[in-house]
Write a protein that binds this ligand. Structure first.
Ligand SMILES: Cc1cc2nc3c(=O)[nH]c(=O)nc-3n(C[C@H](O)[C@H](O)[C@H](O)COP(=O)(O)O)c2cc1C
Length: 204
């Protein structure tokens, strides 16, 4: 038996249930930690499941930010300093990474609170996560306010890309299965993705 929800049915669901249902149905997502540091030197780390490829030439990544109706430390630090890092979550650190979603005070560093290590490289102001195999330093490029629900698409330019040489294949692909990559669906469920195959450029 299938269950079918109309838009009206969805809007009438209890909010937590609706959030879970709608967050899950678009499938498994990348799991990343965004690292920032305020001008006054307070570091911040938060888990995001919405990091998305915007383009490779030049290299841009985006993520979706929830409405700024409450304090959004990651966003504030990005706007204040212009830089941030995106760090891939592994199965080894996924529980610590998840804990960064708690609402810590501005003065509290989630690095210390959850036990992850700040790592600095290339004179970049924003902290990388030492435990992450793929570390990306970005500069804020632009943001698009999505007017239908007041979320924002925040786009950054890749300034630094740091990853193990052994995981980079001859054609530039990255063997994620060698990096203990974790994935996330919705807000509460983590996965270990399995590589199913690699298929060439398709012609009709
Ligand atoms: C698995 C998971 C994924 C999340 N993805 C996002 C996201 O894509 N965008 C967002 O704005 N918040 C997302 N959040 C919520 C943030 O992690 C949470 O609001 C966090 O407290 C933000 O921290 P900050 O105020 O220090 O920036 C996610 C939470 C979890 C648990």
């Amino acid at each position: 038996m299938e269950k079918s929800f109309s838009f009206e049915d969805i809007m009438q669901l209890p909010s937590r249930y609706r959030a879970n249902l709608i967050n899950m149905v678009s499938g498994v997502k990348p799991a990343n930690l965004i690292g920032t540091k305020s001008k006054t030197g307070h570091t911040n780390l938060a888990v995001f499941n919405s990091v998305v490829h915007i383009g490779a030439n030049p290299p841009y990544l985006g993520f979706i930010l929830r409405p700024t109706t409450v304090e959004r430390h990651t966003y504030e630090n990005i706007k204040e300093t212009g830089v941030y890092t995106i760090n891939q979550i592994t199965t080894a650190i996924h529980k610590k990474a998840h804990q960064t979603s708690a609402k810590y005070d501005r003065e509290v560093s989630e690095f210390d609170a959850v036990g992850l290590t700040e790592h600095y490289q290339n004179d970049f102001h924003a902290p990388f996560v030492a435990e992450s195999p793929i570390k990306i330093g970005l500069s804020f490029q632009e943001e698009q306010l999505i007017s239908c629900n007041d979320t924002r698409l925040v786009i950054g330019k890749i300034e630094h890309l740091i990853l193990p040489e052994t995981a980079i294949l001859e054609d530039g692909d990255v063997a994620l299965e060698k990096l203990d990559t974790a994935a996330v669906a919705g807000l509460y469920n983590y996965y270990k993705p399995k590589h199913l195959g690699k298929y060439g450029y398709q012609k009709p």
